[in-house]
Ligand binder design. Structure first.
Ligand SMILES: Cc1cc2nc3c(=O)[nH]c(=O)nc-3n(C[C@H](O)[C@H](O)[C@H](O)COP(=O)(O)OP(=O)(O)OC[C@H]3O[C@@H](n4cnc5c(N)ncnc54)[C@H](O)[C@@H]3O)c2cc1C
Length: 414
């Protein structure tokens, strides 16, 4: 009897190699999309430091140690190979990436999906502050919260950066202490949210601001806006006006920039260090290289630049993976478009605010908004729970409308 062949296993006769660097949202879905399109006609390999999809958008929440999805069982089902490592060098002429450990991985098509890292402010002591940028960093901060609950009766926590992440984190902190068993200390917690900008969440625009301001006031979060930080330490924030805020923890949420590997891709970069790609997500100066997620800057198809967001990273990854495979097979490439843009900001005990479109019209607030945010955070951004090969490949479809159909949000005008 002829043994049954895994339909996703690359045929040994086919030499095509698709390499994906970075196992975040963009890289994971790029790998699945490449396999879906190439079928058995390519070897698809994902390289990342750990075989774990870190659920970064949730790292402001309690129990950060639970916010990672093991990738190996999923990748195995669709015959995507995994190499543990950090790519440090790219040789586009030789079509190979070199890992920190020295291994050299050859490719026919490459997808760079190395994501982003928080930018620490260029002030003395910035390294001493916590962050929730990666799972490891979020776990370290959570450990500190546990110590605070044990040791400090009237704690103060300073959050530096009043953008998306800083707001979500500040509004979660009382419940984070409660999760560690605090009662009185949680309610007595002094939370100070600091930004050099004069307004909360300047990048979110004026639409959702009243909701955000009301939530911060209801949660008793003190604001220090228009405040320039001169130096940081584990237990204090020093300002340029010579004032000092003593704190039991200082945590940064000071914005993100592309991870360093993106600098290896030849061509133009934007102010966030992202590779500026064409409509097929190809790096114009390196035709065999596609870039996706927070590492790339693309036009969303409606004149806007992609944002460093999970929402964009997933779709960018799917299109980049599909195009890497199409290119390898000599098929026409598909243009990247982002059909819609939602902002879903968790407001802690005040629920969440959901906005639609680039002008960020507020669509849902309070508990209604929270239900949408919870669904996004616990279902939409995760790989399919049943995880069959078919379900995994289907989840890599580039048809956003189909994938998001159950999430339909009615606009007020509709
Ligand atoms: C606290 C927080 C809250 C957020 N909230 C939201 C939100 O509400 N909504 C939203 O849309 N977005 C949110 N984001 C942003 C979102 O998480 C990112 O935009 C998204 O993770 C980007 O996906 P990515 O795959 O491009 O990169 P990443 O998720 O950064 O993944 C990149 C992967 O590449 C790996 N890697 C990096 N360099 C190398 C290398 N040289 N070699 C091999 N592997 C490498 C990394 O280890 C990682 O596994 C939030 C982020 C944070 C930190």
């Amino acid at each position: 009897m002829t043994p049954r062949r895994n339909p996703f296993t690359a045929s040994p006769a086919v030499p095509g190699k698709i390499l994906i660097v970075g196992g975040g949202f963009a890289g994971f879905w790029a790998a699945l999309a490449a396999r879906r399109v190439a079928g058995p006609q390519a070897e698809v390999t994902l390289v990342s430091p750990e075989p774990v999809l870190q659920i970064r958008p949730r790292l402001y929440e309690a129990r950060p140690e639970t916010l990672g999805v093991p990738l190996l069982p999923l990748l195995r089902k669709v015959d995507v190979g995994f190499v543990r490592g950090e790519a440090v060098r790219l040789d586009t002429a030789a079509k190979a990436a070199t890992l920190a450990a020295g291994d050299r991985l050859a490719y026919d098509r490459l997808v760079v999906a190395t994501g982003s890292r928080m930018r620490r402010p260029p002030v003395p002591g910035a390294e001493a502050a916590f962050s929730v940028d990666t799972q490891v960093e979020a776990i370290a901060f959570d450990r500190r919260l546990g110590e605070i609950v044990r040791d400090v009766a009237e704690p103060t926590i300073a959050v530096v950066g009043a953008g998306f992440t800083g707001v979500e984190l500040a509004l979660e902190l009382r419940d984070r202490l409660l999760a560690h068993g605090a009662n009185d200390a949680a309610e007595r917690l002094r939370i100070v949210l600091i930004d050099r900008a004069e307004t909360i969440g300047p990048e979110l625009g004026p639409g959702p601001r009243p909701e955000i301001e009301a939530a911060l006031a209801a949660a008793g979060v003190e604001l220090r806006l228009g405040a320039a930080v001169r130096a940081l330490a584990a237990d204090r924030v020093s300002f340029t006006d010579d004032s000092v805020l003593a704190a039991d923890a200082v945590v940064l949420a000071t914005g993100m920039a592309a991870s360093p590997f993106a600098a290896q891709v030849p061509g133009r970069r934007d102010e966030l260090g992202r590779v500026v790609v064409d409509t097929a997500l190809r790096a114009p100066a390196a035709p065999e290289v596609f870039v996706a997620g927070d590492a790339g800057a693309a036009d969303t198809g409606d004149g806007h630049r992609t944002l460093q967001s999970c929402q964009h990273a997933g779709q960018l990854g799917r299109v980049a993976g599909e195009n890497a495979a199409r290119d390898l097979l000599g098929l026409p490439l598909m243009p990247y478009t982002q059909l819609r843009y939602l902002t879903c900001l968790d407001l802690g005990r005040s629920g969440a605010v959901i906005t639609e479109g680039w002008e960020r019209r507020v669509e849902k607030t309070g508990s209604e908004g929270k239900a949408v945010k919870r669904r996004i955070n616990t279902q939409v951004i995760y790989p399919p729970a049943d995880g069959t090969a078919e379900a995994l490949l289907a989840s890599s479809s580039t048809n956003l409308a189909e994938r998001q159909a159950p999430l339909k949000l009615k606009t007020k005008a509709a």
